[in-house]
Design a protein around this ligand. Sequence first.
Ligand SMILES: Nc1ncnc2c1ncn2[C@@H]1O[C@H](COP(=O)(O)OP(=O)(O)OP(=O)(O)O)[C@@H](O)[C@H]1O
Ligand SMILES: [Mg+2]
Length: 448
Amino acid sequence: MNRIMIVDDEKSIRVMLKRVLSDKQFEIDEAADGREALEKIKQGKYSAILLDLRMPEVNGIEVIEKLKEQDIDTPIVMMSAYGTVPEAVEAMKLGALDYLVKPFDLDELKLILERIIRQNEIQKENIYFREEEDKKFNFKEIVGESSAMKRVLEMVKKVAHLPTTVLITGESGTGKELIARAIYKNSPRQEKPFVVANCVAFSSNLLESELFGHEKGAFTGANSTRIGRFEIAHNGTLFLDEIGEITLSTQAKLLRVIQEKEFERVGSSTSIKVDTRIVAATNKDLLKEIKENRFREDLFYRINVFTIDIPPLRARIEDIPLLVQHFIRKYNQILNKRITGISQEAISLLMDYTFPGNIRELENIIERAMIMCNNTIMDRNLFFFLEQKEGFTEAGTLKEMEREMIKKTLILNNGNRTKTAQSLGISRRSLLLKLKGYHIDIKPGKGK
Ligand SMILES: Nc1ncnc2c1ncn2[C@@H]1O[C@H](COP(=O)(O)OP(=O)(O)OP(=O)(O)O)[C@@H](O)[C@H]1O
Ligand SMILES: [Mg+2]
């Protein structure tokens, strides 16, 4: 059950909201002013706070500031009367997640609450990362010693501090969003908002109002004014996730904001100027999309200024042991477990697997195994299902297989050349030649 706190000095509004929201999904608590709200929020756990902007004594903005001081990060949705839009924007900059202009549409409110609660659940999982995220050029949360990953981080360092648009490509689960956040964290805009717009989650019309906002009455269902992601990301960074999914008509509008740095809310003719750094991501081959007339070439050249391609996990299996250690640490905290490691046999199974879902899939597999694990070390039994999955995946060319096999054996032998040659049944000399030929540079002592 999700508990919602409603803060409004108008009793009629509290009563009305309580009535509509008190269904199976939400349990409602209320406060008549900012002070009472702060007291209650300190004591109880809430999934979201619906906060009125203008209240006597402690107003909405002050409530947000106080909560921030106390490190309380319950998601906040602002409610305000027409005419207080600048203050609402201010509230969003201080950390409110969304805002509704009164009188607003109750279905819209429900949708927003559901979305926010879901987002917050996801964020909780990432607390571990956030703690590590703060230091400058500290890529601690980004694990990877492979040359492929080092190249990616090198590119992040080169471009982060510039205002340049960045396009991040890579299969699903390779870490595109993680890299986008690293760019933001290492940019001069790090104190300003990082706003995510997931282009795939919306229909074309909804996406436009999500990106650009809309005026009240702009279309059926637009019962209140709404600020778009571009506006919220003013002076900050906008992450356009899954940009390959945007329809052609929305692409045209996007092109205009990128070129002219201005746009209009849906249903409005007033232009709004924004200064937003754009980082976009896609798992699609945009050149192919262009060929098939699903993506505008001019837009492509606008976003393809600096492209970072993240290789799939199966092309950097030497990162698997490190990633596994990283996720063990992360989920020991989240699951309150004391797992210290994983058996060599289990690692070996993981390195044989192709991970179509990449790092996200690896993370899920480790989390599941840790939940099941009754020991301090996870053994291969916890991963037996990978053997069955494996039968369906493509093997690749003989050379690729040889390269992966050598890499894997080397990692399992902790980089030791002699032992590796022995277990592969070849001479040390021919192993060294193959390492050179395949550009494998795993050093001894690495990849524990
Ligand atoms: N190099 C890495 N080190 C540690 N964790 C990583 C790394 N890359 C990805 N992850 C983790 O894997 C998960 C998936 O990453 P992310 O969401 O950034 O991928 P994505 O490419 O955006 O995926 P999708 O295309 O499915 O949206 C996240 O939990 C992320 O923290
Ligand atoms: Mg993503």
